[in-house]
Design a protein around this ligand. Structure first.
Ligand code: EPU
Length: 418
């Protein structure tokens, strides 16, 4: 198990580039199972989760070649198996995204059931109900979910919750079906839109992307293509918070601020201003004038749950009481006890964290319990007095490419140790 050793309080300045979006890359990679031929994907982040998805694709028989730092050539010459094994699904829930493409392309799939997760229960009932509504027969046996469908038939579907990967799985299942599928109460996240744009480039007919009513007209055939993944809005938001807390001398580069509207508005409410120059963003922030605020996480375009932990560090630095209500996942405050160990005063009642600032963050030995909790502790460590030892950094490496090197390049004192 690796750890980061962070010496806080250093002046940070310079350009901090944002990588391609993890949560757009994973469904797009899974989607290369849907049609034979050669794909080229650019702006793919170098992450543990991406490695797992690549292993899974190789397990199905695809040939994958890294042709540049963030570019891959993917050759699908036909699938050798229709089963996603426990070893890979158990280490990454997003492996379940292969179900939709396999069903669409081959009418059959067998995927190990995703297990529990640190941030919540995370059932997949909405994915399965949707597959059934499209005509698939679903069976759960021996820890595997099997789906079979002779022909998937387009249908009007209502999602009980706008699940992100659920919407993606159903879009992928529906693209080659007969007739028209309408997904009502669909997820509107930019990553869902990116997958839809990728599929449209392959010849799919999907409209309504970015809205809660996505319409998919089934087509006979899809063709591989070259595609550039969108920038990671969560990574951009993480870096903008770091910048706001360290004097605003960081230029965050490769940002699409249109994907961060709710985040930008809430930070403006706190007293942070944004200077946007093309894809470069700088914040103007004076910590002494920050005002407390209340935030609720919601599906997009609401405030992202994936920025909740990092934003709590920001709120903890503000004089007064702020509240953060988490409505997406039932167990996503595991960073709070760790932040309290570093000097914060945060109380949790149900799904609300009540944050009493300002905090004089002090380095301590803490643990990353999941990816975003880890990112929040890196921020806290960088603004703390003395040394923070952050354990379980494997979680962070699932979602942030070369984080240590990129932070070192802007003056941070952070190193990795075994
Ligand atoms: N839900 C159900 N039934 C389902 C599906 C979801 O009840 O069939 C519930 C979940 O239990 C949860 C809520 O709906 O309470 C939202 O879950 P959603 O399905 O939208 O999440 P996800 O698709 O599993 C993706 C991201 C997460 C991100 C969430 C919310 C990927 C690979 N993962 O997960 O990313 O937090 O959407 O935006 O896209 C991360 O990157 O750190 C991360 C956890």
């Amino acid at each position: 198990m690796g750890k980061y050793i962070i010496q806080g309080g250093k002046t940070l300045s310079g350009v901090l580039p944002v990588s391609g979006a993890k949560n757009a890359t994973l469904p797009i990679l899974a989607c290369t199972l849907i049609a034979e031929g050669t794909y080229f994907l650019n702006n793919v982040p170098a992450l543990k989760d991406v490695e797992v998805m690549i292993k899974l694709l190789e397990h199905f028989g695809l040939k994958i070649e890294k042709i540049a730092q963030n570019s891959y050539k993917i050759i699908n010459n036909g699938l050798q198996t229709l089963e996603a094994p426990y070893e890979l699904v158990s280490i990454m829930r997003a492996s379940f995204l292969v179900m939709g493409p396999l069903l669409a392309h081959r009418g059959e799939a067998r995927v190990s059931m995703p297990g529990g997760c640190a941030i919540g229960n995370r059932p997949i009932d909405i994915h399965l109900k949707g597959f059934e509504q499209l005509g698939a027969t679903i069976k759960t046996e021996h820890g595997f979910i099997s789906a079979k469908a002779k022909n998937l038939i387009g249908k009007e579907i209502y999602l009980d919750f706008p699940t992100v990967t659920g919407t993606e799985n159903l879009i992928m299942a529906a693209v080659l079906s007969k007739g028209i599928t309408i997904l009502n109460n669909a997820a509107r996240e930019p990553e869902v839109e990116d997958l839809g744009n990728f599929l449209n480039k392959m010849g799919a007919k999907i409209t309504g992307l970015g809205t809660d009513r996505i319409i998919i007209e089934g087509v006979e055939k899809l063709f591989p293509c070259e595609y550039n993944i969108i920038p990671d809005r969560i990574e951009a938001g993480t870096f903008l918070i770091l910048s706001a807390l360290t004097g605003g001398n960081i230029v965050v580069k490769g940002v699409n601020m249109e994907h961060l509207t709710s985040f930008k508005t809430k930070l403006e409410e706190i007293g942070i201003n944004f200077k946007i120059n093309g894809d470069e963003v700088q914040v103007q922030a004076d910590l002494n004038n920050f005002k407390p605020t209340n935030i609720i996480t919601l599906p997009y375009p609401g405030f992202p749950t994936d920025l909740q932990a990092q934003t709590i560090v920001l709120l903890a630095m503000i004089k007064g009481n702020s509240e953060m209500k988490e409505t997406i996942f039932e167990n996503r405050f595991r960073h709070v006890p760790e932040l309290n160990r570093m000097g914060a005063n945060i109380k949790i009642e149900g799904n609300v964290a009540s944050i009493n600032g300002p905090t004089n963050f002090q380095g301590a030995e803490v643990e990353a319990t999941d990816l975003r909790a880890g990112a929040c502790l890196v921020i806290a460590g960088l603004i703390s007095s003395n040394t923070t030892i952050l354990n379980n950094i494997e979680h962070i490496e699932r979602g942030y490419e070369n984080l240590v090197e990129r932070l070192q390049a802007i003056g941070a004192e952070i190193k990795k140790s075994e």
